[in-house]
Design a protein around this ligand. Structure first.
Ligand code: MTE
Length: 312
């Protein structure tokens, strides 16, 4: 695109000074009007449709849940901005119906699922999980979803399926920050096949009994509670079974800071900060971060014999 220099603009297109000043007054008035609601209390986060027939899960923690308002207004979803409140403010441009999810690669029954078919694939469960973000904060979220293992059973992976790649929608018209290069789009994450098949690994379609809000990754996101939050790819359109470990978005962005495994581990610091403690959103004092985010009894066996400093 060519940028005009002042000398390129014909004299006939230069606005007379008084018209220009009147227009400025008008624009200032408009800006004041637009800013007015910001002076009163911010609008409470919108609630979505209720999901029916949700079963409780034995995998839920009994810890206090982070309030709905915090879960839905303090987010990381770089496609809509890098600030914590940006996703809640901007994700309304995302269109979540119709929505197709391609399940492909090293499987016997590759196919494209409509999101509403996926919702009927397995009984929906409420799973109250801790979510630990690599930045040092945590939440307790009542997700609604079904085990990824239920979908994996349907598509029958072949012996070559050693890893699973998860790909987010790539559409800069709906996701404005995909026009920038803050990350290499689309957002890609990955799991080893045994991690993907682990009963704790969830495909979430809701939270707090409601359809997943857009800022939380509607209509379908991954939740892997023993790993840092960035592993849980949002707004998934492709689940790809592959032979080699996928190169994830954060590994591309900073390979010395983000490894493939990204298991929550208080003994392995991020190169720029400690991971020993975390702040639970809504609490004042920090708490100790637990190995595998408190899920060691269920998942430590997956990593037996591995040096978790090398495979961070
Ligand atoms: N998925 C996509 N597509 N884009 C993102 O920027 N951020 C990740 C993860 N999934 C992200 C994403 C990070 S860093 C975290 S901590 C979690 O989403 C945050 O999920 P939440 O906003 O629902 O708490």
């Amino acid at each position: 695109m060519r940028i005009l220099k002042p000398s390129d603009i014909p004299a006939t297109e230069i606005t007379p000074r008084e018209v220009y000043l009147k227009r400025r007054q008008f624009l200032a008035g408009m800006a004041a009007l637009a800013a007015a609601p910001a002076l009163s209390a911010p609008a409470p986060p919108a609630h979505g449709a209720r999901l029916a027939g949700i079963q409780a899960s034995r995998f839920s923690t009994s810890e206090a849940k982070t309030p709905f308002d915090a879960v839905t207004t303090y987010n990381n979803f770089y496609e809509f901005g890098t600030g914590k409140s940006d996703p809640a403010e901007n994700a309304h441009t995302l269109k979540t119906r119709p929505w197709a999810v391609a399940v492909e690669g090293a499987v016997k029954r590759a196919r494209v699922y409509d999101i509403d078919e996926l919702l009927k694939l397995a009984p929906l469960e409420e799973r109250i999980y801790r979510l630990r973000c690599v930045e040092g904060w945590s939440m307790v979220i009542p997700w609604v979803g079904f085990p990824l293992a239920a979908l994996i059973r349907h598509v029958e992976p072949t012996g070559n399926a050693k890893f699973v790649e998860f790909v987010t929608l790539h559409d800069p018209r709906q996701m404005p920050l995909q026009r920038s290069s803050v990350l290499d789009w689309p957002y890609v994450e990955g799991l080893r096949i045994d991690e993907a098949n682990h009963p704790l690994t969830l495909l979430a379609v809701g939270l707090y009994g409601e359809v997943l809000p857009k800022q939380n990754g509607a209509p379908l996101r991954l939740v892997v509670p023993w790993k840092y939050g960035f592993k849980s790819a949002k707004s998934i359109v492709k689940i790809h079974f592959v032979e080699k470990a996928p190169l994830t978005t954060w590994m591309k962005a900073a390979p010395n800071e983000y490894g493939f495994y990204s298991n929550v581990n208080p003994q392995v610091d991020h190169p720029r900060w400690s991971q020993a403690k975390e702040r639970r959103i809504g609490e004042f004092f920090k708490r100790e971060t637990l190995m595998f985010n408190g899920y060691a009894d269920q998942v430590a066996r997956l990593y037996r014999g591995m040096d978790l400093r090398t495979y961070f």
